[in-house]
Ligand binder design. Sequence first.
Ligand code: ADP
Ligand code: MG
Length: 284
Amino acid sequence: MYIGTEQLTHTYMPGTPFATKALQDITFSLQQGCFALIIGPSGSGKSTLIQHLNGLLKPTAGRVFFAGQSIGSDKQALLGLRKKIGLVFQMPEEQFFAETVYDEIAFAPRNQGLTENEVEERVNNAFEKTGLQSASLLKRHPFQLSAGQKRLVAIAAVLSLNPEVLILDEPTVALDLDSRDHLFNLLAQLNQEEGLTIIISTHHLDHVAALADTALVLKQGQLMLAGSLDEVFSRRKALYEMGLSLPAVTEIMHSLAERGLPVSTCVYTMQKAKQEILAAKKRG
Ligand SMILES: Nc1ncnc2c1ncn2[C@@H]1O[C@H](COP(=O)(O)OP(=O)(O)O)[C@@H](O)[C@H]1O
Ligand SMILES: [Mg+2]
């Protein structure tokens, strides 16, 4: 197991009248290099689970694993862990505090005690990876950027730690279509070319299904489905009952299959849909 949990349970405000069981008995394991989706309705426990994966929240019961080891509460070990597992919060730009984009991205590497030359290299490297175009942006105030640019700066601020795993909590919230496409392309590139393990929670399955290989589905704090994306997305009825729908193109393929057209339903892009339909027609 590269990253995962064993019977993880989390209760907020335990022992008070406000106690909320946000996660219950969650067990799963993910492979290194995977691109995993955490999906589920609002309030199902996605953010709570994500914050356990880099040790920000402590399990009420059960354990979290990374690279074969149980994540404990030792301070030094947790600091090491957070260098390897980068977490981008929901609406991360709300937590910007530096005067320039450069300083925002430089914060984490500076905190590690790197020399200013090393910090500069980390900043430039992370900034370039995100595909932000003009280097002059580095001198701007973070609040002078567009929503899409701010989100990329927040991601660069985490990439500057050179993490092995990048976890993002609803990274496309409040982004326009172009920024969302750019972000998903960036995640695909980090996964395929840089070998980063990517874990994201999202509602925008249409765009991300073609990139991901693994899915976890939460409902009311319980893990309802887990496995390869194809396995999980083949459970259309179960997903529907949880208030979740498949990507639009996958829905169309299910409808065609139900009407007797011999097509695969594991289809997440228009291009693959076209190929499948043409091949099915050819077969008669
Ligand atoms: N800080 C908190 N204190 C108390 N309850 C919380 C807190 N954060 C989340 N919860 C509760 O835990 C449950 C899961 O929330 P969350 O993990 O934020 O779900 P999601 O990210 O899927 O919307 C919800 O019932 C939510 O109200
Ligand atoms: Mg959430």
